[in-house]
Design a protein around this ligand. Structure first.
Ligand SMILES: CCCCC/C=C\C/C=C\C/C=C/C(=O)SCCNC(=O)CCNC(=O)[C@H](O)C(C)(C)COP(=O)(O)OP(=O)(O)OC[C@H]1O[C@@H](n2cnc3c(N)ncnc32)[C@H](O)[C@@H]1OP(=O)(O)O
Length: 525
């Protein structure tokens, strides 16, 4: 299995969003210390076939905290928020920039910008001081502290962001304006732009003057990198490199393309004042010939997921196959055929563990299904948040257990029902249906069917769509939708294992598994 890294992430989450705050923007830019980019900084070999690498930011430290910096209460409650507070307050006070020394500090994991920490606004540390000169804060807007849509209203009314507002996890203008303005205001004609550095995956936003836009671009140099570039019509494009000097090349290239393209409806040029990229991991299943879920592969998947979950710089995983024509053939039948009960139990526990981890993952999981996806393969895909299937009639997807003489466990049935509804599940499960792409789309088993060569790029743009939602809101919603199903298994995990073991160890089942495996082998011959 391969884990391919991704891209950079831009820490500037709180760029002024109103033209009335240009001065403030200028001030912040002047004192911002960029993170120059270095290419793959390390490669961490994981057990067996799993390779994990990524690009790290390398650069200067943030300016030191101003005298009388963030209150200790805040620092104790949230170091990240405290750090943000310090740097923004410092910038607003116009403190001189610290001399940059050669051999600058490498931004190791802990210094990389984190995902917004889910936090109840009511529990948020309240001791943050107002920055001198700051106007009304977004928080002072009625209801702004309780939901992102209030913050949106604050933005609309031209409220300037003061440090206190920076503590709010949803205060990224990108996220806000995505929800607020652009969801339903896509450009009249699609904008295509591609050159050797970037290709535009999607342009969100309207073309009216004084409106924001957002470009999701793919950086070729970083195969799974997503770059999000935001802009406001009429701003000075020359400030883009100052916002993000280390990405200058790409920003400039990107700005020339989509900006120019958008300008047909919106004026001479559209600047890019904000850049925000996400970390997305691409996990490639590689257990030839058919990616059967061996115990080793299951274990690796669990370890990799855990690793990515704990690494707070990642927000999403694209799961795909490295084996031609097969996404995943499901349970490795050799792991349950002719094995002793203890082995079968260990195997089934690993399967449960993987499902639980994937189903409740706080990351966005997108399945880029580039091959056949029967039974256990379908379980993996169903545990993701979104499924993109290659349009090839041979790539069928579904739970075909009954055709093998085995029964889908209740939690798998529940997952199916949650995805395609009760009646469709009832039919498909009993018949052991494997759906070709068009039918899979129709029944709701997959979200998109696209030509084979577009599976990865579509998965990437789907990922961008999911990542545009504030993490904490998406995660809590996911949990709300899925927890009851997962809890059902958690409550009876041991009994489920017992059922599985006693079922598959029956002579009759062993015989039919044996016969099925034999058939598969002969079919090849
Ligand atoms: C109440 C109690 C509860 C009891 C619960 C009981 C059970 C659990 C229930 C559900 C969970 C999930 C179950 C499963 O996943 S079962 C597995 C189902 N999988 C399949 O049916 C897929 C079978 N494979 C295929 O259809 C094809 O291989 C393919 C994926 C379409 C690919 O076709 P292709 O032509 O490319 O490859 P080959 O067919 O030639 O296969 C090559 C090679 O791989 C071997 N192989 C294929 N699939 C499996 C497998 N699942 N496990 C192990 N080995 C597999 C095949 O035999 C060939 O081997 P060879 O040695 O000849 O190279």
């Amino acid at each position: 299995m391969d884990l391919i890294h991704c891209c950079v992430r831009w820490p500037w989450k709180n760029f002024p969003t109103s033209k009335t705050s240009l001065f403030q923007k200028e001030e912040r830019l002047r004192h911002y210390n960029p993170l120059p980019l270095t290419v793959p900084a390390f490669s961490n070999r994981m057990p067996a076939q799993c390779v994990f690498s990524r690009i790290e930011g390398k650069g200067k430290r943030s300016p030191p905290p101003p005298p009388g910096g963030a209150p200790a209460k805040l620092a104790a409650a949230s170091p990240v928020a405290s750090r943000k507070w310090r740097s923004s307050a410092h910038a607003l006070r116009g403190a001189p920039r610290r001399a940059q020394t050669p051999g600058s500090v490498t931004y190791v994991q802990s210094n990389l910008p984190r995902r917004p920490v889910p936090r109840s606004p009511r529990l948020r540390p309240g001791g943050a001081a107002r920055a001198p000169g700051a106007g009304r804060t977004a928080r002072s807007h009625p209801g702004a502290a309780t939901c992102p849509f209030s913050a949106k209203m604050a933005l609309a009314s031209g409220v300037r962001f003061a440090p206190r507002a920076l503590l709010r996890p949803w205060s990224s203008p990108v996220e806000l304006f995505h929800h607020d303005r652009y969801r339903h205001h896509e450009p009249p004609a699609p904008v295509h732009y591609e050159d050797k550095h970037v290709s535009v995956v999607k342009v969100w936003g309207g073309t009216e003057p004084s409106r924001y836009f957002l470009i999701t671009a793919r950086i070729h140099k970083w195969p799974s990198g997503i770059l999000r570039l935001g802009g406001i019509n009429g701003d000075d494009i020359s400030e883009a490199p100052r916002v993000c000097p280390w990405a200058r090349r790409w920003v400039q290239t990107a700005s020339a393309g989509p900006a120019a393209a958008l300008s047909t409806g919106a004026g001479p040029s559209l600047p890019l004042f904000l850049l925000l990229a996400e970390w997305v991991a691409v996990m490639k299943l590689r257990n030839p010939p058919v990616n059967a879920l061996s115990l080793e592969l299951l274990t690796e998947l669990v370890i990799s997921l855990e690793k990515l979950e704990n690494d707070k710089t990642f927000r999403g995983i694209i799961l795909t196959s490295d084996c031609p024509r097969v996404f995943c053939a499901g349970l490795d039948l050799t792991e349950i055929c002719g094995r002793n009960p203890a082995h079968c139990a260990e195997y089934w526990k690993a399967m449960q563990e993987l499902w639980l981890r994937m189903y409740l993952s706080s990351l966005v999981l997108v399945a880029a299904i580039n091959g056949a996806c029967p039974a256990g393969g379908c379980i993996i895909a169903l545990s993701c948040d979104c499924r993109v299937l290659a349009d090839n009639p041979k790539y069928r997807i579904g739970l075909n257990e009954t055709l093998l003489g085995i029964i889908a466990p209740f939690w798998l049935k529940d997952t199916y029902v949650n995805t395609i509804g009760h009646r469709a599940s009832e039919q498909a499960l009993q018949l052991g249906s494997l759906f070709p792409p068009a039918e899979a789309l129709q029944v709701g088993l997959v979200d998109q069917v696209v030509p084979e060569d577009q599976v990865q790029s579509t998965a990437l743009s789907e990922m961008a769509r999911w990542l545009a939602v504030p993490d904490h809101a998406r995660q809590l919603t996911k949990n709300m939708m899925r927890k009851a199903t997962a809890d059902r298994l958690l409550r009876q995990r041991d009994a489920d294992t017992q059922n599985f073991v006693s079922f598959v160890c029956r002579d009759s089942i062993q015989k039919s598994l044996q016969a099925y495996l034999e058939k598969l082998r002969q079919r090849k011959g």
